[in-house]
Structure formats: C-alpha cells, structure tokens
Design a protein around this ligand. Structure first.
Ligand code: CAA
Length: 283
C-alpha cells in the first residue's frame, strides 16, 4: 500500500520536526494538535527553519513554499481518516497516548500503521489499546528531528514483519538511518542516554561541579556535541524525568532512580528551553 499522506499527532518540538522531514520527503502531511494555537506554532517553527535553509542557499524559495503547502493543519483526530501512516508524537504521558491510540484505531483505515514516537513507553502496552497490534510500532526520532540522522524502530511483541519493513523504509525515505530495537523500557537510545543525564544531575546535586563544569567535561573530554545538562534542557526535564521513571518502574533497579534534583526542577516548572529555564536560563 503506497503511503501518500502522513499523519502526525502532536505539533510540538518533535511533532513539527517529524512533519517537516515527512513534507521534505515529498509526502502530504496532516499535522494535528489539540489547539489551533499549537499547530500554528508548529507550522511557524517549520517555516522559520526552512527560511534559514533558503538563506543559507541549501534550498530555494519555491521548494520551501512547496514543502509548506504539503502540510495541512488539523485540530481533530478525525482528520487522520485521510492518513496512510500515522506517527503519534504527543506528550510523554501513558494515559494520554493510550486515549490517542484508541481514537486513532477507530478513525484510521484498517490497514494503516499506527506508530509512536514514544521515548520509553512499551510498544506492547500501546498496541494493546488497539484492535490492530500487528500494525503498531515505535518510530522514535531524535531531537532536533531535522538534524539528527537516527530513527529507532521498535518492534512490539505483536508487530508484523510488514509493519516493520514499511516503517524502516519510511525512515530511509526521510533521509534517516534506522536502527532496530526490541521492546524493553527505554529501548536502546534512552536506556543508555538518560542514565548518563541523570548521573550528571546527581553530580550537580552532590556539588561535584557547576553545570558549566559538568558540561565542559563531557563536551571537551568526551567530544559530545553538547553537555548532558544542556542536552537535558533541550529534551525537556519533564520528559527526562518521565523516561527515568519508566526505566525505574520497568526494571525495578535502583540504578535508574531519578535524581531528586531533577524532580525538584520539574515540580518548579523549570523544564528547560521550552519554559526559558532549566539547568540554564534562556532569554
Ligand atoms: N532544529 C533544527 N535545526 C537545528 C536546530 C533545531 N532545534 N538546532 C540546530 N540546528 C541546525 C542548525 O541550523 C545547523 O544547520 P546547518 O548545518 O544547516 O547550518 C546545524 O543544526 C548545526 O547547528 P549549530 O551550528 O547551531 O550548533 P551545533 O553544531 O552545536 O549543533 C546540535 C546543534 C545539532 C543540536 C548539536 O549540539 C547536537 O547534536 N546535540 C546533541 C543532540 C542530541 O543528542 N539529540 C538527541 C537527544 S535524545 C532524543 O531526542 C531522544 C529522546 O527520546 C529523549
């Protein structure tokens, strides 16, 4: 079944990035969120990034306009009836995602694959909300989506071979390199990345170093493009905490205990770049 129209649920930092790469690959995109304000903000971000590409001479203005014209905005999940493949990129909250998948299962055509950009919720649990568990899969993009080359493709217990191959091929069409993972808490990317970030927060909590010192050590000492605390601010501290909770609850192993300081920041609403303050302050 040819995929012509690609649905994205969630127009936030991950959702609008996914919508952008899908539209750039030539697909028609339906970008959905719960409020008009959210989809317009997502579209404005895409327009800004494509505008920068035009300024840098990486894209011509007509191509930019064509990419934007391929993105249709939506504030009703019912619009996903027109999609040939859907990726859900809503907030990392299990109940919310379960409700979205139940509704998508009712709305979407029976053959349509329902994928999730979840960073750590088990694919099997999401699939169990639907009547098409063989067509449910993890399609995990990295932030910032237009730049990062990886898509982690996660097989649930019931995911069919056909679903896996379609999702893999779509990732390649988007210009990404897919990597295959099985359905364990945090999959591969976040099982390795988040304990490192959490440990960096523990270093701050134990006054081993300032945020600048911790990030400088990892940037210059290990050649990471960003320090772990700056990266946590980019990902969102609420998302980081949610992933640590998933690892901790999933494995029941104290090595995944979220740092109390991370929780404190989240409770204070210091969520990183998106709220203007996390481990650093953003103007
Ligand atoms: N959106 C789109 N493009 C962006 C961007 C953004 N938010 N931030 C930077 N870019 C682009 C820039 O425009 C620039 O493009 P050109 O090459 O066309 O000029 C390019 O990326 C490089 O940017 P900069 O020169 O400004 O800065 P940089 O070299 O430091 O790169 C970075 C920025 C790509 C973010 C880099 O610091 C990096 O790779 N950081 C690590 C990111 C990372 O680890 N992501 C994974 C997070 S984990 C995750 O996403 C999974 C999860 O579930 C939590």
């Amino acid at each position: 079944m040819e995929i012509k129209t690609f649905g994205v649920v969630g127009a936030g930092q991950m959702g609008n990035g996914i919508a952008q790469v899908a539209a750039m690959s030539g697909l028609n995109v339906i970008m959905n969120d719960i409020k008009e304000e959210f989809v317009q903000r997502g579209l404005a971000n895409i327009t800004k990034l494509l505008g920068k590409s035009v300024e840098k001479g990486k894209m011509d203005a007509a191509e930019k306009d064509a990419v934007i014209a391929r993105i249709r905005t939506s504030v009703s999940l019912k619009d996903m009836a027109d999609a040939d493949f859907v990726v859900e990129a809503a907030t990392e909250n299990e109940t919310l995602k379960f409700n979205i998948f139940k509704e998508l299962d009712d709305v979407c055509k029976p053959h349509v694959i329902l994928s999730s950009n979840t960073s750590s919720i088990p694919i099997g649990r999401i699939a169990a909300q639907t009547r098409r568990p063989d067509k449910v899969i993890g399609m995990h993009f990295m932030n910032p989506v237009p730049v990062m080359r990886l898509v982690e493709v996660i097989r649930g217990l019931a995911t069919s071979e056909e679903t896996f191959k379609t999702t893999w091929d779509l990732s390649v069409k988007f210009g990404k390199t897919p990597a295959e993972a099985n359905d364990f808490p945090g999959f591969i990317a976040n099982r390795i990345l988040l304990p490192m970030i959490n440990e960096a927060v523990y270093c701050l909590y134990h006054h081993v170093g300032t945020p600048e010192a911790i990030d400088t050590v990892m940037k210059l000492g290990m050649n990471h493009p960003m320090g772990p605390l700056a990266l946590a601010d980019l990902i969102g501290l609420d998302t980081c905490l949610a992933i640590m909770e998933t690892l901790y609850n999933g494995f029941k192993d104290s090595k995944y205990r979220p740092c109390p300081l991370l929780r404190k920041y989240v409770e204070a609403g210091w969520l990183g770049r998106k709220t203007g303050r996390g481990f650093y302050v953003y103007e």
